[in-house]
Each structure stands twice: as structure tokens, then as C-alpha cells.
Design a protein around this ligand. Structure first.
Ligand SMILES: *Cc1c(COP(=O)(O)O)cnc(C)c1O
Length: 469
């Protein structure tokens, strides 16, 4: 499988190189040159497969030529044996024909584990084969950092540096990162805010001299492997609900458009999905696009669903690429203009094309809490604020009551106690067994000033299993 850039100017790469690449050299994102397509017979024959077995069927075409089948099977089996539920991604019914796909049984209790547990293993496998080492740098306000560290903790060829804003992440989220100890794991608490952290990571990608030749790898959702891993659970849920003979709809709590884009790909690969709902909080640039063709950058609004607090949605570019007939030069033009003006529109006919499949809703903090309370009243289940946004959007935007509606349950409610409390739900929520003693574990992190040179000096000093690069 070959991968091409959404801006049409960068060289095509194979899977291995895409895994190790961040942005393409033309500023675009990598996508498969040709998307695999499965027939109804093929998809039907996968009913009843275990999660890791289905993952092999769905992802094999994407990695073809890079990893032998037997090795890939073993990697997948290891990856998904880390999940605390037998079904890996169980469906829980909320109401008639309405289901939550629970994607929070992984080590860090959010859906990002599905991709980052796999990414860590794939990186280590390919780096061992090439006899290379890499450094990962990432900025986090919560979920991504812990999932990335968990995914890389056993990697022999990866050193990971995660920057978080000092004193500005919740105790549970901080401890999920800082209690994972290892000579290749480095948590940096920056005396600044999340944007400062993100800017320093970006600047480090732009000028890598401090790495002395070691490659820098991205773990945010611009990395193709993350999208690829997320396609699988759409198939998994759909097969349980009668696909490919029955169609269904998904409602997806959305920030960077990675998770829902995976659903869009699943549909193009042959899964009968007839509606995708973009569920956002008040950071609703995608809702403004879906409802009025205005993709305009605005201020960041902190919310009760912090993992969806974004100003722009990086993966949206991948959808725009398809929408413009996969013409990279048109996409490059759109984004050159967006960079200048902060605004993006598409031609009416293209916009109408998107609206055939996608609907959207913005959900306020107040409505989020109301929905948590409503679901609790109806089912005695507590959903987290991100999932609640998906539930409300599903209920408002649903086109057909006859089709199953699946809401992606993106995080475990124990991670977001503030919203649950505000919703008036008093039921105590326990940490799952594997994290039960999280608040007693030893933490390790380094506090550094908000200065790029200091951060880079630190990476350079400890980037080779605690030794200098
Ligand atoms: C990352 C995240 C999201 C948003 O996913 P995108 O792929 O960025 O759209 C939603 N909910 C939770 C809990 C997350 O961690």
C-alpha cells in the first residue's frame, strides 16, 4: 500500500515510512492512495471474530508489504489483550435501537488506547527491523499523553517526552502519566499553559538540530496509523448489530475529526453506514461547517469536555481531499487561504455532498450535564461528558428510528468527575482494578521553565534511555 499527501506535492511513501513521518513535506497529511473495499460476503464472513482477529482482516491491506501476516497477528493479539473487557469494545444498550460502544476499557480509560497501544508496538517492531531509535515528543492537556506513554512504555527503541502544563491537568490525568516509570519515559511539567506546550513541540519538529540526527515522531492524530486502528471498531460494532445486511448510524464526540473520519473510511470500505453525526462542544468549528459551510477559526473555549477543546480540526483536511476529487493542489489552495484569513468555504455542490452523510450538533456544558443526568435516570449508567455530547447529538439528529444508532463512548466517567458531579449524579464511581491504587503510586516528572532551549536541552540530555543523544 502506498500513501499520498493531501496537498499533492510530497513523495508517496509506504506504510513504514508513513508510520515514522509526521506531516508530509508539503504540509499535507498522508492518506492511502487507494482505499481497500470489502464485499458484503467478505464482511458477513467476519461475524463472530474476536476483536484482534477482525482487526487483522480490516487492517491487513493497509500494512501489506511492510509486516508479515504472522507477526502482525501476534502484535494485534498482544495489543488487544491489554483491554480489561473480554469483548474489548462492548456495546451497551441505552434505549430502543440506541447503543453506546464502550471504547474505554483500555489501560488509560479512553478510546485513544485503541490506536496508541498498537502504534507503540508497530513502531518498536519496525525500528528493531531497521536498527533505528526514535524520539517522540507530544503536548497534552490530558488523554493523549497518558495513552501515548502507556503505548510506548515497553518499547525498546523509543524515548518519549510528554509536555503537560504544570498544575493545569487533573490529578487523575497527571498521575496516569507520571506513575508510569521507565528510563525511556519522560514527563515534563511546563510552567506555562497547554498552548505553550504545543508551540514548543511544533517548534521542535520545525528545527530538529538538538536531536543530533535522531528522528522525531508524532503521536497526534495526524499519524495515519492512529486513524487506521480506529476503523476496526466501526466494523466490530456494526457486525454485532446485523451489518452488512442491516445499515446503521454513528454519533461521534468530535474534536480533531480523527475518530469520525475513521467511520467515514469504514463506510467507504463497504460498511453500510448511512449517517455520521459530528457531536461537538462549544468549540464547534465543525458544526459551523456542517450547518452553514463556514469553517472559520475562533477563540478556544474551555469546556467540561476538555478532550474536544480545539480551534481547528486537523483531520478535516483528509475529508476535504476526497471532497475535492483528491486534487491536492485545490486543497493546498484552500489551506493557504485559510492560513491568511482564518476562513474556509467549499463550493455549494461539494458541501451538499458532505451533508448527504454528515449531520452535526453543538452541545453546551449545561446540556452536557443535563444529558448525563437524563441517561442516569433512564438507565442507572453514568456516561462521561464527551459521551454525553454524543448521546444528545444522536437523539437530536437521528434520521431514522428503524436503524440502530451507535454512540461512541470515548472515555470512562471516572476521568471526568467534575461534569458528573455538576450533573447531580451522586453515585460513586470507582477506578477500575488496574488503576485502583493510582493515588498512592510513586510519581516521576520534571518541572521545567516555559523556554524552548531548556526543553530541547533536556530532551537532548536524556533522549537515549536516560543518556545523552
Ligand atoms: C480525543 C478525544 C475525543 C476527540 O476525538 P477526535 O479524534 O480528536 O475527534 C473525544 N473524546 C475523548 C474522551 C477524547 O479523548
Amino acid at each position: 500500500m502506498r500513501y499520498i499527501s493531501t496537498r499533492g506535492q510530497a513523495p508517496a511513501l509506504n506504510f513504514e515510512d508513513v508510520l515514522l513521518a509526521g506531516l508530509a513535506t508539503d504540509g499535507g497529511l498522508y492518506v492511502p492512495e487507494v482505499l481497500p473495499h470489502f464485499t458484503v460476503e467478505e464482511i458477513s464472513s467476519w461475524a463472530g471474530l474476536a476483536y484482534h482477529e477482525l482487526a487483522f482482516k480490516v487492517m491487513r491491506p493497509f500494512i501489506e508489504g511492510s509486516i508479515p501476516d504472522a507477526d502482525f497477528k501476534q502484535i494485534l493479539q498482544e495489543t488487544y489483550s491489554m483491554f480489561a473487557h473480554q469483548a474489548v469494545a462492548p456495546l451497551r444498550q441505552l434505549a430502543g435501537n440506541e447503543w453506546v460502544l464502550e471504547l474505554f476499557h483500555g489501560p488509560t480509560l479512553a478510546f485513544k488506547d485503541f490506536a496508541l497501544q498498537l502504534l507503540g508496538r508497530l513502531l518498536d517492531y519496525i525500528l528493531a527491523k531497521r536498527n533505528e531509535r526514535v524520539v517522540i515528543m507530544g503536548a497534552t492537556s490530558g488523554d493523549t499523553g497518558s495513552a501515548a506513554i502507556e503505548g510506548c512504555r515497553r518499547c525498546k527503541n523509543v524515548d518519549i517526552f510528554i509536555l503537560h502544563p504544570h498544575n493545569r491537568v487533573s490529578e487523575v490525568q497527571r498521575r496516569q502519566m507520571t506513575t508510569i516509570l521507565g528510563d525511556n519515559i519522560h514527563n515534563i511539567a511546563v510552567e506555562g499553559n497547554f498552548d505553550d506546550c504545543q508551540e514548543m513541540v511544533k517548534a521542535s519538529f520545525a528545527d530538529q538540530a538538538f536531536l543530533k540526527g535522531t528522528r522525531l515522531v508524532a503521536v497526534n492524530s495526524i499519524n495515519w496509523a492512529r486513524i487506521m486502528a480506529q476503523i476496526v471498531y466501526y466494523f466490530y460494532a456494526a457486525l454485532q448489530l446485523g451489518a452488512p445486511l442491516r445499515s446503521l448510524a454513528f454519533s461521534v464526540p468530535t474534536g480533531n475529526f480523527g475518530d469520525i473520519y475513521a467511520g467515514y473510511l469504514a463506510r467507504n470500505m463497504g460498511l453500510p453506514i448511512n449517517q455520521l453525526i459530528v457531536a461537538t462542544n462549544k468549540n464547534d468549528i465543525l458544526h459551523r461547517f456542517m450547518s452553514s459551510n463556514h469553517y472559520d477559526k475562533e477563540q478556544l473555549h474551555p469546556s467540561l469536555s476538555p478532550s474536544m477543546d480545539i480551534m481547528v480540526s486537523s483531520n478535516f483536511e483528509r475529508l476535504l481531499f476526497d471532497l475535492h476529487g483528491r486534487n491536492g493542489l485545490l486543497v493546498a489552495e484552500l489551506f493557504a487561504n485559510f492560513k491568511k484569513t482564518g476562513k474556509l468555504r467549499v463550493a455549494d455542490d461539494r458541501w451538499l455532498e458532505v451533508r448527504k452523510l454528515f449531520d452535526s450538533l453543538t452541545v453546551s456544558d449545561e446540556q452536557t450535564c443535563q444529558t448525563i443526568a437524563e441517561v442516569y435516570q433512564q438507565t442507572s449508567e453514568v456516561v462521561d461528558p464527551h459521551t454525553a455530547i454524543g448521546v444528545m447529538a444522536a437523539r437530536q439528529c437521528r434520521r431514522s428510528l428503524a436503524l440502530s444508532m451507535v454512540i461512541l463512548g470515548t472515555a470512562h466517567p471516572v476521568k471526568f468527575p467534575e461534569a458528573v458531579l455538576k450533573a447531580g449524579v451522586v453515585k460513586p464511581i470507582a477506578l477500575p482494578n488496574h488503576l485502583a491504587n493510582l493515588l498512592q503510586r510513586t510519581e516521576h516528572y520534571t518541572i521545567l521553565p516555559n523556554e524552548l532551549a531548556k526543553i530541547q536541552a533536556f530532551v537532548s540530555q536524556y533522549g537515549n534511555r536516560g543518556k545523552p543523544l
